[in-house]
Write a protein that binds this ligand. Structure first.
Ligand SMILES: CC(C)(COP(=O)(O)OP(=O)(O)OC[C@H]1O[C@@H](n2cnc3c(N)ncnc32)[C@H](O)[C@@H]1OP(=O)(O)O)[C@@H](O)C(=O)NCCC(=O)NCCS
Length: 265
């Protein structure tokens, strides 16, 4: 992004603007025709029935989105209403430069204006940059792991991978927690360390590279073992952080349930 280029986040209006967002989504996620996708009619229906459809634009190019997110109104049986955010994508060349958080803040503002205080979404536990964004940058909390949530195999760039997903809740009234220092040690991918009351779980920082380096069967074994470790941790704890400690390794922090309520905004 050029220094003099401002970003604008706004509601997406009209089918041409929605089609441009779908194009961005297809490109960022590496979707193939067989992967299926979105269409402007569905986005319009969601937007006009309690959903939120927002996009980010560079000021000099108001027709070409560089970020896109949408969510819909949801409720668990007997529970409160919230937004379920099905996706957020940022153009590859602008990732890591603040567009994603502006999109999420726009979703938050709109959800709060509807009287909602929570946005939920899901993500692959082994996408550690997403994890860091969701937990440390935004302040979301992971409390559930859904094995193979979207079926046995992922789509787009994740073809061949299972679709394990963490469910993450973003309490819109809570600020992100400042995380304590992690212990300085030689971490092994897959290990779970009890650290005070917390659980620290080490994962490869760049899963796609790691799985290629260790081979398919070792990658499957590591993913399966991490699935079990996360599931066990979530019986007593919630995930609050994922920090990269070396180029190759990131560490999740899980804190005991009920101890992460402080710091209301
Ligand atoms: C996840 C995503 C929406 C975040 O948007 P973003 O514009 O990259 O996020 P921001 O720049 O506001 O925040 C970046 C932070 O998130 C992390 N991050 C997450 N994904 C990242 C990526 N692909 N590239 C760089 N940083 C990324 C960074 O570590 C950074 O943390 P820091 O500020 O402490 O350094 C975006 O990276 C993306 O589109 N990724 C690919 C698609 C995807 O996985 N979407 C989510 C599931 S639908």
């Amino acid at each position: 992004m050029a220094a003099d280029t401002a970003l604008v986040v706004r509601d997406v209006e009209g089918s041409a603007a929605m089609a441009a967002c779908i194009g961005l989504y297809t490109e960022v996620m590496g979707l193939r025709p067989a992967d299926g996708g979105l269409n402007p009619r569905l986005l319009t229906a969601l937007q006009t029935n309690g959903g939120i459809v927002v996009a980010a634009y560079e000021s000099g190019d108001p027709a070409r989105p560089v970020g896109f997110a949408y969510s819909f109104l949801a409720r668990e049986p007997g529970g409160e209403l919230f937004q379920f955010s099905q996706l957020a994508v940022v153009a590859r060349h602008l990732q890591g430069r603040g567009v994603g958080r502006l999109l999420k803040y726009a979703q938050r503002d709109r959800a709060l204006a509807m009287g909602l205080t929570r946005i939920r979404w899901s993500y692959d536990p082994l996408k550690t940059r997403n994890a860091h964004f969701n937990l440390d940058v935004l302040g979301g909390r992971v409390s559930v792991l859904k094995p193979s949530m979207y079926g046995d195999e992922g789509f787009g760039d994740d073809t061949g991978e299972p679709t394990d997903r963490f469910l993450l809740d973003w309490d819109l009234k809570r600020l992100p927690m400042v995380q304590p220092e992690l212990p300085d040690r030689a971490w092994q991918p897959g290990e779970c360390l009890a650290y005070g009351d917390d659980l620290l779980i080490a994962v490869p920082a760049l899963w796609d590279l790691h799985r290629t380096a260790i081979g398919a069967s070792a990658a499957t074994a590591l993913r399966t073992s991490l699935r079990e470790t996360f599931t066990e941790a979530l019986t007593t704890h919630v995930g609050v952080s994922c920090l990269r400690v070396t180029d190759d390794l990131a560490v999740y922090r899980f804190v005991p349930r009920g101890t992460d309520q402080e710091v209301a905004s």
